[in-house]
Write a protein that binds this ligand. Structure first.
Ligand SMILES: Cc1cc2nc3c(=O)[nH]c(=O)nc-3n(C[C@H](O)[C@H](O)[C@H](O)COP(=O)(O)O)c2cc1C
Length: 210
């Protein structure tokens, strides 16, 4: 069995979403491949549907293109995204938008098991719903979803939170945000949250059984 996993986690460090996707893949016990979408250069669908209609796989030539055939051939897919602006990231959106290549006359990925992973500072619901709505267009079999509320706003990394009254940290704490010293321990990790660890194990267990 071959499982391919994609993460739209942030670059520059190993993100929670990256590590969640990797953990599900590794614990599944299958032959796996991990792809970090934010390290690829690619765009969303450009509407050249006359090109993908017959092969039923996206033909847009860029870094993402080889992975559409791999999704078609995989026995299951894991896809993860952080929450940006209350929604899935544009990276994840662009990647899934090009699944449109599959959607002509019939849907070769219909029924394929998918696990979704969403990580965000606080409000994950709308992003999960949107992700599932997009995947629903391809009639995939959504076997599980793992969510992790990191409580990590981008302000923890930006270095300017003490002078800022518009960022997520200020929204969360008000003026107290300006006094806050950011420490390594404040970058919460899903591995320290037992509910998320259990959810990762449960998702991997479901993949084990495919
Ligand atoms: C541009 C940007 C916008 C963000 N917007 C939100 C948001 O609307 N809601 C939220 O809960 N978190 C938001 N975040 C925080 C990330 O979702 C959060 O830090 C997440 O844990 C990052 O995941 P990663 O470590 O896997 O990259 C935003 C982060 C960035 C960089």
């Amino acid at each position: 069995m071959k499982i391919i996993g994609f993460s739209a986690g942030g670059v520059g460090r190993e993100s929670n979403v990256d590590r969640m996707v990797k953990a599900i893949l590794d614990k599944s016990g299958h032959d796996v491949e991990f792809v970090k979408l934010t390290e690829l250069n690619f765009s969303g669908c450009k509407g050249c549907v006359q090109l993908c209609a017959r092969p039923q796989v996206c033909q847009l030539a860029d870094d993402a293109q080889p992975y559409y055939q791999k999704v078609k051939e995989a026995d299951a897919v894991v896809i993860g995204t952080p929450v940006y602006f209350g929604d899935i990231t544009s990276t994840a959106w662009s990647f899934i938008e090009r699944f449109f290549g599959y959607r002509h006359v019939d849907i070769p990925i219909a029924g394929k098991p998918f696990v979704t992973v969403v990580g965000g500072a606080m409000t994950l619901g709308p992003a999960v719903e949107h992700l599932h709505k997009m995947l629903g267009a391809f009639e995939v079999n959504l076997i599980d979803t793992v969510r992790f509320e990191s409580k990590v706003p981008p302000c923890f990394k930006c270095g300017r939170h003490k002078e800022c009254e518009i960022g997520g940290l200020y929204m969360m704490l008000g003026d107290a945000a300006k006094e806050l010293t950011i420490t390594k321990e404040m970058f919460t990790r899903w591995e320290d949250d037992s509910a998320t660890v259990d959810a990762i194990d449960a998702a991997a267990e479901k993949l084990k059984k495919i």
